[in-house]
Design a protein around this ligand. Structure first.
Ligand code: AP5
Ligand code: MG
Length: 213
């Protein structure tokens, strides 16, 4: 099963993608997480990506597409995957589409987690992410058992550099301009499914499992 998560920054793509990956035993692939791991390790790719991410801009397509195609070619992707944060532009979607077509394959579901802009800034300022395993929490809605400590691996939880309100607003405008057109792109392909992302995360997941079966 090959799944794409669509939605604004902070809509809950990462939260839901992790739950999907666990339930259906497929890898969760987040280009944002890949970039953040590279930043943390001080790689050349990380340094290049950080220039864009800190401004709330998209990392250039050439760079992003290469990384994603390398990742989905790995053995663990044979039975499918859930993509979180890719594609984010029409050119990225077109490359993915043509690569899959070459393999006689296709995306099965594009799940759009719908959350209005008003809810987003509040969610982002409350988000805390694990520096080691990438698990995500919210200080009010999805708190960790012990404040500042990851439930899964015990590492420190931090506020992401790009979660400052001014950067979040920039990311939202970039989303509307460059990523939202993908909703129509996948609707035309007949694989788009909308879910209401404003409800409790367990209820969002119920909607998704109702679709995936
Ligand atoms: P990326 O890491 O993908 O960030 P994003 O799309 O901005 O999305 P987020 O991770 O911020 O939000 P999310 O939807 O995953 O929400 P979450 O589940 O955490 O990308 C970061 C940057 O990398 C980009 O800006 C860009 O520069 C670059 N990049 C990445 N991919 C790229 C690409 N393909 N092309 C070019 N550049 C790329 O939830 C948010 C918060 O809400 C959390 O605190 C969570 O606990 C809480 N929450 C979740 N669900 C609920 C709920 N139902 N109710 C209440 N709270 C909830
Ligand atoms: Mg995310």
């Amino acid at each position: 099963m090959k799944i794409i998560m669509l939605g604004a920054p902070g809509a809950g793509k990462g939260t839901q993608a992790k739950m999907i990956a666990d339930k259906y035993s497929i890898p969760h692939i987040s280009t944002g997480d890949i970039f953040r791991a590279n930043i943390k390790n001080g790689t050349e790719l990380g340094m290049e990506a950080k220039k864009y991410m800190d401004q709330g801009q998209l990392v250039p397509d050439e760079l992003t597409v290469r990384i994603l195609l390398d990742r989905v070619a790995k053995d663990d992707c044979k039975n499918g995957y859930v993509l979180d944060g890719f594609p984010r532009t029409i050119p990225q979607a077109e490359v993915l589409d043509s690569e899959l077509t070459k393999l006689g394959d296709k995306i099965d579901f594009a799940i759009n987690v719908d959350v209005p802009d008003e809810n987003i800034v509040n969610r982002m300022s409350g988000r805390r992410a694990c520096v080691t395993c990438g698990a995500t929490y919210h200080i009010v809605h999805i708190p960790p058992k012990n404040a500042g400590v990851c439930d899964k691996c015990g590492s420190e939880l931090i506020l992401r550099d790009d979660d400052k309100p001014e950067t979040v607003l920039k990311r939202l405008s970039v989303y509307h301009e460059q990523t939202q057109p993908l909703i129509e792109f996948y609707d035309k392909k007949g694989v788009l499914k909308n879910v209401d992302g404003t409800v409790d995360s367990a209820e969002v997941f119920d909607q998704i499992t109702g679709i995936l079966g």
